[in-house]
Design a protein around this ligand. Structure first.
Ligand SMILES: [Zn+2]
Length: 140
C-alpha cells in the first residue's frame, strides 16, 4: 500500500501494491495523480505531500520575477516527465506562500528541497539542467 497525495485537491489516496501509479486517478477529484509535470501547489497541499506521501517529494521553490527560475522551470518539468511516479515533483511559488517559504528557510531561488518520510534530506540552490536534477535527486 502506497500513500499518494493528490497535487490538485490534497487528498491522500491509498494505492494498492501492484497497481500502476502512473495511470492512477484521485478518488476525490478524479484528476490524474501523476501528469508527468510538476503542479504548482499551495503551501497547504505541499505540507500534505510532506506529511503523507510515501514516495519522495521534490519541490522547486520559485518566483515569477526570478530569471534563473525561468531557466530552471522547463528543466524541472523535463526531469518530472522522466522520474514520476517514482518521485513526486511539485513547485511552490514563494511570492504566494511567503510564510511557508520563511518556515522552510528559503534564502535564494530557485531552491530544490527533497523530502523523504516527512523529513528534509537535502536541498540545493541555483538553476540546474534536467540531467543534473535527476542525478542530484537519485543521489539522495
Ligand atoms: Zn484530487
Amino acid at each position: 500500500m502506497t500513500h499518494i497525495v493528490c497535487s490538485h485537491c490534497g487528498t491522500t489516496n491509498r494505492n494498492p501494491d501492484g497497481r500502476d501509479l502512473a495511470s492512477g486517478k484521485c478518488g476525490k477529484c478524479g484528476r490524474q495523480l501523476f501528469e508527468g509535470q510538476p503542479v504548482d501547489v499551495s503551501g497547504a497541499i505541499l505540507e500534505k505531500h510532506i506529511a503523507k506521501s510515501d514516495i519522495p517529494v521534490l519541490v522547486e521553490v520559485w518566483a515569477p520575477w526570478c530569471g534563473p527560475c525561468k531557466v530552471m522551470g522547463p528543466q524541472f518539468e523535463a526531469a518530472a516527465k522522466q522520474a514520476e511516479p517514482g518521485l513526486r515533483f511539485v513547485k511552490l511559488n514563494s511570492d504566494d506562500n511567503q510564510a511557508l517559504s520563511t518556515r522552510l528557510g528559503i534564502r535564494g531561488i530557485p531552491t530544490m528541497i527533497m523530502f523523504k518520510h516527512r523529513k528534509e534530506v537535502a536541498r540545493v540552490s541555483g538553476a540546474m539542467s534536467s540531467s543534473d536534477i535527476l542525478k542530484w535527486a537519485s543521489a539522495q
